[in-house]
Design a protein around this ligand. Structure first.
Ligand SMILES: [Zn+2]
Length: 368
């Protein structure tokens, strides 16, 4: 006879690693690994036993947090390892990084904007507004939207439009990203770790970072040019597009580039193109490339140094130091941190009416 305690013992490690494991999965594994058929209820009780045990470990692990922070600090001097209490994100960012440009994620702005009504028909207009690079272009696109739907336009303008549009991005950090995809990718890489207990989670993330730095260092050995492959793809597209632009040169640093009704100016010594793409992203735009080829200059010479291999190597020049396990952590005398109180999630209310015990069951149609 297999009891819930026995199942709990057998699957303890698995459930700890995958706390979101479905009861059906436990039932299936009982059959394949323990060669017994158990009820879902039994699996539920087994999972509950493991979870209760984990909650106990939870408190223990939170108690170790100060010792862990101390160990990390001793291994990585110069790095600030802080234990912060949860606060509003905006306040925290402006506190820690007061001079850094703060952007909002356009994808989230769009989701919130379109939630009010079905703004799907405005998706194209929205991304045009988010991705245009000059103020004038931005104004034109905005007034076009205003004409199309005043209500939608007013709603959009409430969402601090200068914080998620390329036309208003600063030119210091050489990045034209208006969405949050980088953070989302990083979050998704730690999804599994996030379900684990606190120290296990932090250790998972730390070791991931450690191996990632090693991988990143190896990656640049395969580069055939002074910059990475993603940059190369963008740069190559600009170099290819440049043939379409007709050039007029002023004999010094100024060039005028024309295609149809479009016309931009490039100043090579100031590293400026009036389309602003070069300034925002640091990769010469197609207009700049056209000007450079005309003047027998290699565009690669004007790629911003942030993209150079030296800069890349510098970013990954600090390896994470290996640390010993909890048995070796020095005991600090700071009052231990307590785990947060677990909130019980409400169950979804049942839709079906509860039947009385003696009520006859309804037969399926066709079976009467
Ligand atoms: Zn340009």
């Amino acid at each position: 006879m297999v009891t819930a305690t026995m199942i709990a013992q057998h699957f303890e490690a698995t459930i700890k690693d995958y706390p979101k494991m479905k009861l059906r999965e436990i039932q299936r594994r009982c059959a394949s690994e323990m060669h017994v058929n158990v009820t879902i209820d039994c699996c539920y009780r087994a999972k509950k036993i493991v979870k209760e045990k984990m909650a106990g470990n939870h408190k223990e692990e939170f108690g170790l947090l100060w010792d862990y922070a101390h160990k990390l600090r001793s291994k990585m001097p110069g790095n600030t390892i802080k234990m912060a209490v949860q606060r509003g994100l905006d306040i925290a960012i402006s506190d820690i990084l007061p001079r850094v440009e703060h952007r909002n994620c356009a994808r989230h702005v769009f989701a919130n904007w379109s939630r009010r009504k079905l703004w799907k028909s405005f998706e194209c207009d929205f991304w045009q507004i988010a991705k245009c690079t000059t103020e004038r272009e931005w104004e034109d696109l905005c007034s076009a939207l205003e004409k199309k739907d005043k209500d939608a336009y007013d709603n959009l303008m409430k969402k601090s439009p200068k914080m998620w549009t390329r036309a208003f991005l600063g030119t210091t950090c050489k990045s034209d990203i208006v969405d949050n995809n980088l953070c989302e990718a990083s979050n998704s890489s730690i999804v599994e770790a996030r379900f684990k207990s606190i120290i296990k989670m932090l250790e998972d993330i730390r070791t991931k970072m450690m191996t990632r730095i090693v991988q990143k260092r190896k990656l640049c050995n395969g580069w055939k040019q002074n910059y990475g492959l993603l940059v190369k793809a963008k740069f190559d597209a600009n170099k290819k597009d440049c043939v379409e632009w007709q050039l007029i040169w002023n004999g010094e640093n100024g060039c005028e580039l024309r295609k149809g009704s479009y016309q931009y100016t490039v100043n090579l010594s100031q590293r400026i193109c009036s389309c602003r793409r070069w300034q925002i992203i640091g990769i010469p735009c197609s207009h700049t490339c056209a000007a450079m080829y005309h003047l027998w200059i290699q565009p690669d010479e004007y790629l911003h140094e942030y993209y150079h291999i030296d800069m890349y190597k510098k970013a990954y020049s600090f390896p994470m130091q290996p640390i010993n396990g909890p048995h070796d952590w020095e005991k600090t005398v700071i009052q231990p941190v307590l785990p947060p109180i677990e909130r019980k999630m409400l169950r979804r209310p049942k839709k079906n009416r509860r039947m009385a015990k003696d009520e006859p069951k309804k037969l399926k149609p066709g079976l009467e």
